[in-house]
Write a protein that binds this ligand. Structure first.
Ligand SMILES: Nc1ncnc2c1ncn2[C@@H]1O[C@H](COP(=O)(O)OP(=O)(O)OP(=O)(O)O)[C@@H](O)[C@H]1O
Length: 311
């Protein structure tokens, strides 16, 4: 691993009319890591990736990618990165192999290297058995793997991936993640990706939470977990809405989030479960289960968002 960050932004800003899509963003991505950029819709994740790859110009601030100032040498940056936007352009009427050849041409990959490289990428992406299948006829997961293979064609040092697993089934998502870890481990690449799936953040080495164009927090998943004080209690109770109202009113409770049929309660250290049990029973709520759980990324994000809003 290199000590210099693979990506650094300094007060990077970009607006669209009155909307501050990215505002004074200071992002740091360590080399040789998988870094997840998380945040709700409209937080500025796509705009950040577009600024980093030189597809958009900032209004102010700087972006340094692979040691290069993007504004000064966008072509130098493009040579060193692979960028997979949300709608990566695969050619549906071309086969898997033809798509790879197309990108090899686009990046002027020397002819002498092609056969070996294409075979390696077909093997890496597990698409060898489908080399002659048209891209239109691939499953969603296979298409994303082909897009990843195309983005890797010119040996980039850094991969920027915008929601690469959205709409992909869970098995293919897992395979895609295995490929990313392989690429980072074997080739020493750096990956910056956005994802709406909070569980995927836990597969990243580092995570940055974005909100309204700016960073809410960043760190390893474990460091972020430590930002949540006290315990997280998972509760199943009925009626759920009444349980939520009662729990929210307790002074020791910092936050309550709903996850399907469960409540996640963030409580001050030393919170008394027995008292909670009694309070809920007194309010006519049936408590089915209560247990401490480690805070997940979603708990952390929601907690930090509320904390910062109330500051
Ligand atoms: N080309 C554009 N023209 C006008 N507004 C834009 C443009 N691109 C982004 N925005 C606005 O900037 C804000 C940030 O958008 P961005 O797409 O970067 O967010 P995001 O976090 O990637 O969200 P999503 O997950 O929904 O793509 C949004 O309010 C969006 O509407």
């Amino acid at each position: 691993m290199n000590d210099l960050p693979a990506i650094e932004t300094i007060d990077l800003s970009r607006s669209f009319g009155p909307v501050h899509a990215v505002y004074r963003l200071n992002l740091m991505v360590a080399a040789g890591r998988i870094h997840g950029l998380l945040g709700p819709d409209g937080a500025g994740k796509t705009t950040t990736l577009r600024l980093l790859c030189g597809a958009l110009r900032p209004d102010s601030g700087r972006a340094i990618v692979a040691g290069i100032d993007v504004a000064r040498d966008p072509e130098g940056v493009r040579q060193r990165i692979g960028y997979m936007p949300q709608r990566f352009s695969l050619y549906g009427d071309l086969t898997v192999l033809e798509n790879l050849r197309f990108y090899a041409d686009a990046y002027s990959v020397p002819h002498a290297e092609r056969a070996t490289l294409l075979n390696r990428l077909l093997g890496f992406s597990r698409l060898e058995p489908f080399r002659n299948r048209r891209a239109d006829e691939l499953s969603g997961g296979m298409r994303q793997k082909l897009a990843l293979a195309c983005a890797l064609i010119h040996h980039p040092q850094i991969l920027l991936l915008d929601e690469p697993t959205t709409g992909v089934d869970p098995v293919s998502r897992r395979e895609f993640w295995d490929l990313l870890h392989e690429a980072v481990h074997d080739r020493g690449m750096t990956v910056l990706l956005t994802t709406p799936y909070m569980d995927e953040a836990e597969r990243c080495h580092e995570v940055s939470f974005m909100r309204a164009g700016d960073l809410l927090a960043h760190g390893t998943p474990r460091e972020l977990q430590r930002l949540v004080p006290g315990a997280v209690l998972e509760i199943r109770a009925e009626p759920r809405h009444a349980a939520e109202t009662v729990i929210r009113a307790l002074p020791e409770v910092r936050d309550v989030h709903v996850f399907g049929d469960r409540l996640h309660v963030i409580a001050a250290p030393g919170f008394d479960d027995a008292m909670l049990h009694q309070t809920l029973t007194d309010a006519g709520v049936t408590l089915h289960a209560i247990r401490p759980v480690s805070p997940g990324m979603e708990d952390i994000f929601l907690y930090l968002q509320r904390e910062r809003r109330s500051q």
